[in-house]
Ligand binder design. Structure first.
Ligand SMILES: [Zn+2]
Length: 297
């Protein structure tokens, strides 16, 4: 991220606990066991990527293997990605509320108390960070909003919010909390319709699940009007926070390096979308995530 944000104001460290509520070592072990079960069920429903999802290079090296899913690192842009992700049918099953291959991550956030805690401790600091950059309130659209934690936090700061999500349980839960959440999988062909009129569009921990992340980002930045904002959060290498929950429910999973983010940033600059602020990198070591804001003109 630092390459992408040279000379741009950056916040370092977090003022909330880096440990997500309820995610102790027992939770991580249970989750890893469920993910392993799921991964074994999906064996044979995988594809093999021939190109880096970020830069398109065909040159990459083996990085690691998680439950028989191969991970590779791009030789050109250093992006780390699952080379053998589940195919489209398997991904749909992972999000389905009826399929027995539903992902173990599916229901973990559908919990009133956890929702309340996460809105206050995790979503609110992020919403405040973005609001402090953007200033004037307006409509905020959160793509891949899950249960709507960010929507709830931003709404309490005066934003008019709506979200898009593909997990039926999370949509129903968010709607029960009074949030405006549309159902659907977002891609480059339909994102323009979802974000029309938004002052802020956020893709928080979404790009790593998208098969064509740079194309989605390009479409999002092209559809955002001048003077509006695009907000991204991505999991960062070499943080290990993400590995216990691999393979992720969507496809392909990835963790971003500085160069990955730099490549994404360069692409959206072509749409006159410029880095505004970043939040990431702890003082003591790599942070699990980086949050960045881009401004359009
Ligand atoms: Zn690459």
């Amino acid at each position: 991220m630092s390459f992408a944000f040279v000379g741009i104001p950056r916040r370092i460290g977090k003022d909330f606990s880096p440990a997500a509520p309820g995610r102790d070592s027992r939770w991580r072990m249970d989750m890893a066991a469920k993910q392993r079960e799921n991964a074994l069920r999906l064996r044979g429903c995988q594809i093999r990527l021939s190109r880096c999802p970020i830069c398109g290079s065909e040159q990459f090296e083996p990085f690691t293997s998680v439950f028989d899913y191969s991970w590779a690192q791009c030789s050109r842009c250093e992006h780390l990605f699952c080379e053998t992700p589940p195919d489209d049918d398997a991904v749909a099953a992972l999000y389905s509320t009826e399929d027995d291959r539903r992902c173990a991550q599916g229901a973990i956030h559908v919990d009133d108390e956890l929702f309340r805690v996460r809105v206050e401790r995790i979503a609110r600091p992020k919403a405040e960070f973005v609001a402090s950059e953007v200033g004037e309130r307006g409509t905020r659209v959160d793509i891949g909003c899950a249960t709507g934690e960010l929507l709830a936090a931003a709404q309490s700061l005066g934003w008019k919010c709506r979200g898009v999500e593909s997990d039926a349980d999370e949509i129903a839960f968010g709607r029960r909390h009074g949030l405006d959440i549309a159902a659907g999988f977002v891609d480059r062909s339909n994102i323009g319709g979802f974000i029309a009129g938004a002052r802020v569009v956020s893709l928080v921990n979404v790009l790593e699940h998208i098969r064509e992340p740079v194309e989605l980002l390009a479409a999002a930045s092209a559809a955002v009007a001048a003077g509006r904002y695009v907000v991204l959060e991505v999991p960062r290498h070499p943080s290990l926070a993400r590995w216990p929950t691999m393979p992720s429910r969507s496809s392909p999973a990835a963790t971003f390096t500085r160069r990955t983010v730099c490549t994404c940033s360069r692409r959206i600059r072509r749409n006159e979308c410029w880095p505004a602020r970043a939040w990431g990198r702890s003082r003591s070591g790599p942070s699990a995530r980086t949050l960045g804001t881009w401004w359009t003109r």
